[in-house]
Design a protein around this ligand. Structure first.
Ligand SMILES: [Zn+2]
Ligand SMILES: [Zn+2]
Length: 358
């Protein structure tokens, strides 16, 4: 694969050269980020890419402090060099040189959550058709206690297991997925939530579900439930906790140490009839759209036509460092300033075809 350089090949396609990676961030930007965090979907891809760099630097420093030199080295190497397949207006695919696969790595987390979406979205569509069920997003919470993260996660998962055994649950739900979300309050108490996509057989009174949750937890009746209009969006919402299980910016050395102890804990799973359905599920041509998209992008190489609708320009392979990616996104935004932002889940990233103008 031919290696192109930023300075020569980009300018030859009327794109401004990437600025030096050492150029400082504008103060206003830093100020806004620190004092007024913006919602995920309001930030540009460039801002999100910078955020990921900062998170990885932070994690790497914590790892060095704990003597986890190997982990720090892996985080530094992960996505440090990128091969970007681009037509000059769109990004078709980004291939990293190395992936650390560390659970808290934001780059690897995005890959993981995308894989989960590609795996489960066709199955969810198939399950809904087959069983005539409607999806809801259910968030289960529990009271805060002085306990470790591991104990907190085990407590809520055990409560959920008990809930599934109850007649009420069986009557109204026939399976779904769950993922864990961890947060910590200013007093250092762990708040663990379970985000569930539940397939509901029929409507029920939410108060009855609160009573059921109280019965299995003994002291908590707090839960939230909302219908999912679009299953792709709903799934993306839930798997984002797999890529970002907690607020790493407020993460200290003790938190990392504790998290390293959770190595084998599952953060995402399926349950009930949906779990059995997934075991035998073979996507048909109709419900494999996401998988098709995945394989389409995986097969792209330099010289292929850009897959963006009505583009078809040849793709070229642009090599860049991790620090250049945010600026590259900015350049792309400059080419198509009024283009819509893409959702977090299909943002021009690894193994994903970019279907939005950037
Ligand atoms: Zn294109
Ligand atoms: Zn990584």
């Amino acid at each position: 694969m031919k290696q192109l350089t930023l300075s020569t090949d980009l300018t030859s396609r009327d794109i401004q050269p990437v600025k030096s990676q050492s150029s400082p961030l504008p103060h206003t930007y830093v100020h806004n980020r620190v004092t007024k965090p913006q919602p995920e979907n309001k930030r540009t891809r460039s801002q999100r890419a910078r955020e990921r760099l900062r998170t990885k630097e932070h994690l790497s420093r914590l790892a060095v402090g704990l003597g986890e030199v190997e982990l720090a080295d892996k985080l530094q190497r992960c996505h440090s060099r990128l091969s970007v397949l681009t037509c000059g207006r769109h990004i078709a695919r980004i291939i990293p040189n190395f992936t650390c696969e560390f659970r808290l790595c934001p780059d690897c987390g995005r890959r993981r959550s995308r894989k989960l979406q590609n795996k489960y979205l066709p199955a969810m569509r198939g399950f809904m058709l087959h069983h005539k069920v409607t999806p809801v997003h259910l968030v289960l919470t529990q009271t805060h206690r002085k306990e470790s993260r591991k104990q907190s996660a085990k407590r809520i998962k055990d409560s959920f297991t008990r809930l599934q055994r109850r007649g009420f649950w069986k009557q109204y739900f026939n399976g779904g997925t769950w993922s864990l979300e961890f947060t910590k309050d200013k007093n250092g108490l762990h708040h663990t939530h379970l985000h569930i996509i539940g397939f509901r057989r029929k409507f029920f009174d939410i108060e009855l579900l609160r009573d059921e949750w109280l019965a299995v937890t003994g002291d908590s009746h707090v839960l939230h439930l909302k219908p999912i209009q679009d299953i792709a969006t709903g799934l993306r919402e839930v798997v984002k906790y797999v890529s970002k299980p907690l607020d790493i910016r407020r993460f200290g050395a003790d938190d990392l140490k504790e998290f390293l102890g959770l190595k084998n804990m599952r953060m995402f799973g399926t349950f009930g009839e949906f779990r059995d359905f997934c075991k035998d599920f073979e996507p048909s041509d109709n419900d494999a759209a996401v998988s098709d998209l995945e394989s389409l992008s995986r097969d792209l190489v330099e010289g292929c036509a850009c897959p963006y609708p009505q583009c078809g320009e040849p793709l070229f392979d642009l090599r860049m460092s991790k620090n250049q990616l945010p600026q590259f996104y900015e350049q792309m935004d400059g080419i198509a300033p009024h283009a819509p932002q893409t959702c977090a889940g299909c943002e021009g990233s690894e193994n994903t075809v970019k279907y939005s103008k950037i």
